[in-house]
Design a protein around this ligand. Sequence first.
Ligand code: C2E
Ligand code: CA
Ligand code: CA
Length: 526
Amino acid sequence: MNKRFVTIVTLAVALLAVAGPILLAIQIASKEGRDAETNRALAYAKDVLSRSDRIAAQIDSGIGTLVAARATDPCSEQNLALMRRIDLASSYIQAIGHVSGDRLACSSLGRHGEGLSLGPVEQIASTGSKVRNNVVLPFATETSFIVIERDGYAAIIHRDLPVDTTTAEKDISLATFTPDNRQVRAARGSIRPEWISALPRPGETTTFLDGSYIVAVAMSTRYATGTIAALPMHHLDERTRSAAMVLVPFGVVAGVVLAFAVLYLARQQLAMPAVLKVALRRKEFFLVYQPVVDLQTGRWIGAEALIRWRRPNGEMVRPDVFIPVAEDTGLIERITQRVIEIVAREAGDLFKRHPDFHIAINLSAADLKSPGAGELLLQLARDVSGGPHNLIVEATERGFMQADVAKEVIRKLRASGIHVAIDDFGTGYSSLSYLETFELDFLKIDKSFVDTIGTEAATSTVVLHIIEMAKALKLEMIAEGVETEAQAKFLRERGVQYAQGWLFAKPMAMADLADNLSIVADAVHA
Ligand code: C2E
Ligand code: CA
Ligand code: CA
């Protein structure tokens, strides 16, 4: 794979991985913000409505009281006193009085001479009340008033009273309107006429987005009144922006960290072949040997060579990690070559002192695809002071897949006297009939099957099948990864001849193997 390609793909994936959740979070923040703003608009609309309802109730009851008094002279001292009492008792009503024609003749403020001009009636509400929306009175020329008249009496309120709620926001728009004629009565801020067309039923509310506004409309149950509250969207944008202010820097950091982590790992993977080459040149590989034990006598009859890689910084890299990379990049043959070189250097003395002892060498699938490794092994068999019988080749099922070349390599090895073992048996796909076409000497029962001995695992009977298969093929068996006496006993009782595992010995350096071998040999002989 091309490095630049991998880098670009990695960056793109890391950015997507980070950008996705952030966009989602901003989306959620924006939706939550919109919900919160909508609720706020609705609360304002309801607040204005309840205020407007209370005002209407005061007007109703004030005018009702005066009508019920049935004064023959509406402007008598007695009736004026009643007006003052009503005015004092009504927190919202500015004044209450008697209307004659279009003039306010007298009110809770006193007699008004020939009367104060109110101007023409603008609306007649469904209740029959006459409404004047914009009346200027001489005692308060700064403001204008709403005058509501019924049966000769009128209540006067400040025009902005219904929408005069205290709010923190300056740019909120509030209005009351008459549903019948869809006319705005009191307003604060800008109100679009089309908002009134969204008419909920009495007692109900509605909310909607209109361009740059979130609008809530509420309708009174008792009076012919609707209210509107509209919040500009920039509140919302602020909320989204502040969410983004928190999330985006976090996301950028996360994205960069993720990208670097992924790139670091990718670089390591990509760099591995190059590093392996350097490691080969610098001779960073060495071997450890794990004894193979005769399950009947306890004698060490041989050992498996296992490769180890110690990096210059002291770090140990597991073969499970670098062997597959070496296999994929064509370096495995050079590694196998190195293993054979090391065995040739280290094992000579051992074979001299223990002529029957064997060393097993792992071959990869690639080693069996060409005759190279086979040639080297034959060379090794000639070089070491022992002979071909001192060597075992371990090949995995995968190694036998390229049947023709592999068969030829194996045939040559066996012809020279080198023994062949099938490794990791049972973990691949090879069938019994397929294996029969190869000439083999040993079958290694994989650790994964040995692990199941004495457990409830469904595979625990597989080990018995493998043993039967080996017997049918007349192969000697070496069980791998034996860790407990119970496993050893089970295998011994079923005719497995040899075993490897921590129960007996862990992989060790050649010097330790040689030392231990003398001691064990002496003990067995004693
Ligand atoms: P493998 O050939 O199946 O080797 C057996 C692995 O099991 C070894 O791991 C060994 O250390 C480990 N082992 C032995 N007894 C026990 C035990 O009782 N318990 C446990 N838990 N483990 C045990 P290692 O040395 O890490 O090797 C791993 C694999 O790497 C080997 O599996 C083999 O496939 C490959 N490998 C190792 N050395 C070479 C080599 O020189 N050439 C090639 N081509 N592959 C090698
Ligand atoms: Ca092996
Ligand atoms: Ca194995």
